[in-house]
Design a binder for this molecule. Structure first.
Ligand code: ADP
Length: 532
């Protein structure tokens, strides 16, 4: 027997309709790279997206086609998401910080037919055009100099159109992982998965916003779908404040002038913002909630925000999880915790919202599920309706166990209150004498030394212990520090057998296109290194 409720397929264009219908006059602001600002509202955004639907159809673009963007955050970029998905197409966000070879691989793998881009990225387009044979149409968001201008292109249409219909399991977005290992891999989100991710994001424990919120998504729209904010924000009817530049002075000015209450970004963004506050004596205005993820948020930063009465959501996720995994929601004993205990709790990677399941399994025997005891580290696995099943164009399912658990590649401990603590990535843990050493914990301890700008720990083959850690360090400019000083500093911070066998100083540690340390390149650099 089937149930007897209505057919309301979970297609995300419904979110755009809702935003325009229920919060139509609610404002959205774009601050452009040249310093100018434009204002629009949810009703207008929907109308423009429908114009784009007509303009795309006129170009012969249809359901299933890939439409790429290479752009910073602004309202035209938002319109292009809704327009591309509105014709039944697949919106593919490109990260302009990737290397040319990666951009070539990704666009060809995705077979993008249209590219909408910012004039600031014209040099990338000029360089890559001959290497992107599938791209037939180039549309520039903010300059008419060379290509079709986005505004003129859609202005030729009247917006009297309908979204394409289809199945809720149809794909709607494509995001590639940055490829810290091997080639980038595409994650193909569905209407249904994106809709459920958006609805789940309305739980207070996630972004904690409603229609009164003024949201500044510093996290770029090309970074893991801007953590889904273009959907959850539209579902709430928030006022979005977009900035095409991430300079802290510009962001701080916007925070004040637009009355921003909520913001989301990676730790480096907040690091430079706090330095800006120190230098200028400014404050953060009405800001009351900060969501921070992508890499670990330092404890001192959390203490600083919480001390300003700003609620920190320390989030963990990945492109493969749409990306919300955890969001730093408060544990049930929150009211009984002291300030320091609260900061300790938030320094961990947080608790899941409803809709995400986590577990850790033994690193050597994945059939063994580990206890949530706050001390046993294992391979972190995740499952849920917005977690990947299979990479784009892959023949086989992704790293899935028979019960559909996806292997995240992270190593973690889960605490009794559900709080997740990441300790490493599976490929980076160092195995010494049959025991695991966390490279991340070594690095965190090392960067506490005042002369250390950056540190990375990697395992080096060892005849007796299998592997032993070495620490690669970049000194702060002008700082004088030697290996013995660092080892002495670490001595009371990590277990004795974790102490690196050597400390090597370098001018630079290699990074990926998303700014994370590339252990793959570092290991390559130290391939012939021998421990004496
Ligand atoms: P990539 O792995 O290709 O860089 P993602 O942007 O999807 O692409 O990164 C996901 C990874 O980032 C996670 O698997 C995890 O290792 C790391 N990460 C995300 N959030 C956090 C966090 N709050 N603390 C520590 N690491 C994090």
């Amino acid at each position: 027997m089937l149930g007897a409720m209505q057919d309301w397929d979970l297609r995300v264009t419904r979110i755009v309709d809702h935003a325009a219908r229920e919060n139509g006059p609610r404002e959205l602001v774009s601050r452009w790279a040249d310093g100018s600002e434009t204002r629009t509202n949810w009703a207008e955004i929907r109308h423009e997206a429908l114009r784009m639907v007509q303009a795309l159809r006129r170009l012969g673009i249809g359901p299933g086609d890939r439409i790429a963007t290479l752009a910073m955050n602004h309202t035209r970029h938002l319109v292009s998401w809704y327009g591309a998905i509105g014709i039944g197409g697949i919106l593919h966000t490109l990260n302009p910080r990737l290397f040319d070879d990666q951009l070539e691989y990704i666009v060809n793998h995705a077979e993008d037919r249209v590219l909408c881009y910012d004039a600031a990225f014209q040099p990338i387009v000029d360089r890559m055009r001959s290497r992107w044979p599938t791209v037939e149409h180039y549309i520039c968001f903010d300059s008419a100099a060379q290509e079709r201008h986005f505004e003129d292109w859609i202005a030729a249409e009247d917006g009297d159109a309908h979204w394409a219909g289809g199945d809720e399991r149809d794909p709607c977005m494509l995001c590639y992982t940055s490829g810290t290992t091997g080639n980038p891999k595409g994650v193909l989100y569905e209407h249904r998965s994106t809709m459920l991710h958006a609805i789940a994001s309305l739980q207070p424990a996630v972004f904690d916003f409603d229609a009164t919120a003024v949201m500044l998504p510093v996290v770029p729209m090309f970074h893991a779908a801007s953590w889904g904010l273009p959907w959850s924000g539209a579902a709430c009817g928030v006022k979005f404040v977009f900035s095409a530049v991430n300079d802290p002075a510009v962001l701080c000015d916007l925070l004040h002038r637009e009355g921003v209450t909520h913001a989301a970004g990676v730790p480096t963004v907040w690091l430079s913002m706090l330095q800006h506050l120190d230098a200028t004596g400014e404050d953060l205005g009405k800001l009351r909630r900060v969501i921070c993820g992508g890499s670990a948020m330092p404890r001192a930063m959390i203490a600083r925000f919480e001390g300003m009465d700003i609620d920190v959501g320390h989030a963990w996720g990945m492109t493969e999880t749409s990306p919300i995994g955890t969001t730093g929601s408060r544990p049930w004993n929150w009211d009984a915790l002291s300030f320091e205990q609260r900061v300790d709790a938030k320094a961990l990677q947080g608790r899941v919202p409803f809709g995400v399941e986590l577990r850790c399994v033994d690193l050597d025997d994945p059939t063994k599920t580990l206890p949530r005891d706050g001390k046993t580290a294992g391979a972190l696995q995740v499952r849920g309706p917005w977690v990947i099943k299979r990479y784009f164009k892959a023949e086989a399912d992704a790293a899935l166990s028979p019960e559909q658990w996806f292997d995240t590649g992270d190593v973690a401990v889960i605490h009794a209150d559900g709080n997740l603590q990441l300790t490493d990535r599976t490929k980076d843990v160092i195995k010494s004498g049959g025991e695991w050493i966390s490279s991340v914990e070594l690095e965190n301890a090392a960067v506490g030394h005042p002369a250390v700008a950056e540190a990375a720990a990697i395992g080096i083959a060892h005849p007796k212990w299998d592997e032993r850690p070495i620490l690669v360090v970049v000194r702060k400019p002008g700082a004088e520090v030697e290996a013995q000083d660092i080892l002495g500093f670490l001595a009371d911070k990590v277990a004795k057998w974790w102490l690196p066998d050597a400390v090597e100083f370098v001018d630079e540690i290699p990074h990926t296109g998303t700014g994370k340390i590339s252990k793959k390149d570092l290991r390559e650099q130290f391939r012939d290194y021998r421990l004496s």
